[in-house]
Design a protein around this ligand. Structure first.
Ligand SMILES: Cc1cc2nc3c(=O)[nH]c(=O)nc-3n(C[C@H](O)[C@H](O)[C@H](O)COP(=O)(O)OP(=O)(O)OC[C@H]3O[C@@H](n4cnc5c(N)ncnc54)[C@H](O)[C@@H]3O)c2cc1C
Length: 426
């Protein structure tokens, strides 16, 4: 009987996963219990190693598993943004066996929420100028500084922190990458309010917070290399959409869905799909429906723009699939290409949707068309051009790594950090 979940052939694997789902899926389970089952069976993140939520599967096998989960209409594995897309792969790339065993299982089970503590008031695109300091104290480090624009920091238990550990080294060479416990007295998180009314990111004030030496990720003063991994995963994550049919639940013990039943989350997801816009751009069909509702499908200019939007979405979808299939080896800057394409779709989505709405664009909240969703998404669109590296920075990466153009000129690569007028030292 070819139904073992450990089969090497894709057909047998799919049959094995189907059987496993029949035996394990129950909509009355809590999300937490379902995620625990997925992780224990190595189906949460199949490409991760066995024992920490995966089974060391190939990309093709992982896709086959996702397809089976989607076909069964179950809850997706936890998708907590920073935890699963940035923290876990960076720890897998650079962590010790002990760090992998300690930090990955809670991420696979959706119990851990992480945030990214990279940007500072004086260090964004020039990330290597970070000024937050970490000073050794026995087998601990004492960290002091300020971070900003940190998505989800108010509900995160752990943070991916870049801090300066050598002031005499040039800026790229004196940074260390730490895994910081956010739930300690030296960490104060203040949510920031965005122009769309949401509050998805925060500023984080760190005053003599403590981090143990065994939470240094990679080498001491080698944090820049580790940060490059995180940034590459961040760009690539733009193309890592989950298969349709999978309802998504929020991970994290404080603000997640762990205690809800799977059935409740599926119902919420069903309602959101018909009554709201989940992503950062208006879906193509919804845009066409909107033009119809506002009597503009016969308008020559709007028709032209709708066709452009449709084509751009289609082409971008194919590009994303090629990028995902090539697993980062298409141009040397695949993530930047995907991110730029997504960013441009979001800007076009805003412009087109606002043109269709006309004067109604000025309304907000429940009284606005679609309960204000169009405004919320449109006002959030400039953030897509900035978060994870601005469009201009992605173009630089594409030019240098994709096209092999000369590096951007810089005269401070060999100057000791303490002599630079960068970041908060300006
Ligand atoms: C929605 C969102 C979520 C975010 N989430 C996080 C997070 O979770 N964690 C985190 O640490 N940070 C996060 N950020 C911060 C983000 O990474 C920074 O805002 C971004 O890197 C830009 O830095 P900056 O804001 O300091 O702008 P600056 O670096 O000051 O840039 C200002 C302008 O100058 C341009 N510019 C700068 N340098 C160059 C150059 N070399 N060549 C050409 N043009 C250049 C930029 O493109 C931009 O237009 C988030 C930001 C947003 C909007």
């Amino acid at each position: 009987m070819p139904t073992t979940i450990d089969s090497t052939s894709e057909t047998d694997l799919s049959a094995g996963v189907r059987t496993w789902i029949e035996q394990n899926w129950d909509p009355q389970l809590t999300v937490g219990a379902w995620w625990r089952r997925l992780a224990d069976a190595g189906l949460a993140y199949p490409m991760w190693p066995a024992g920490v939520g995966g089974r060391g599967a190939s990309a093709a096998a992982a896709r086959a598993i996702t397809e089976q989960l989607a076909a069964a209409g179950v809850i997706a594995p936890p998708v907590g943004h920073v935890a699963a897309t940035l923290a876990a792969p960076t720890i897998l790339d650079h962590g010790t066996a002990e760090q992998i065993d300690r930090f990955l299982p809670p991420i696979a089970r959706g119990e851990a929420a992480w945030c990214q503590l990279f940007s500072e008031p004086g260090s964004g695109s020039d990330l290597a100028s970070v000024g937050t300091r970490a000073v050794r104290d026995g087998d601990e480090w004492v960290v002091t500084g300020q971070k900003v624009w940190n998505s989800g920091a108010d509900s995160a238990q752990m943070g991916l922190l870049l801090a300066r550990t050598d002031l005499d080294a040039p800026k790229h060479r004196g940074i260390t990458y730490f895994l910081l416990d956010m739930e300690q007295p030296g960490v104060e998180v203040r949510p920031l309010r965005q122009m769309n009314g949401l509050s998805s990111f925060c500023e984080v004030f760190i005053s003599e917070a403590r981090v143990r030496d065994d939470c240094v990720l990679g080498e001491l003063n080698g944090g820049w290399r580790v940060a490059q991994s995180t940034l590459a995963h961040e760009r690539a994550s733009v193309s890592g959409r989950s298969a349709s049919g999978l309802a998504q639940a929020r991970s994290g013990v404080t603000s997640g869905d762990l205690v809800l039943t799977a059935a409740d989350v599926i119902e919420r997801s069903r309602r959101a799909r018909t009554g709201g816009i989940g992503g950062a751009a208006v879906p193509t069909q919804l845009m066409i429906d909107l033009a119809r509702e506002f009597g503009l499908v016969g308008d020559a200019v709007i028709r032209q723009e709708l066709a452009r939007y449709y084509i751009q979405n289609k082409v971008n979808g194919w590009t994303m699939r090629r990028v995902a299939a090539a697993r980062g080896r298409l141009t040397g800057a695949d993530g930047s290409m995907s991110k730029l394409a997504t960013s441009r779709i979001c800007q076009r989505s805003r412009d087109l949707a606002f043109s269709i709405l006309g004067a109604s664009t000025m309304l907000a909240g429940q009284d606005a068309p679609m309960g204000g969703d169009i405004q919320r998404v449109g006002l959030g669109s400039p953030g897509i051009r900035i978060g994870g590296g601005t469009d201009e920075v992605q173009l630089n990466v594409l030019g240098e790594r994709g096209l092999g153009l000369p590096r951007e000129p810089a005269d401070d690569r060999d100057t000791p950090y303490r002599d630079l007028r960068v970041g908060t030292q300006r």
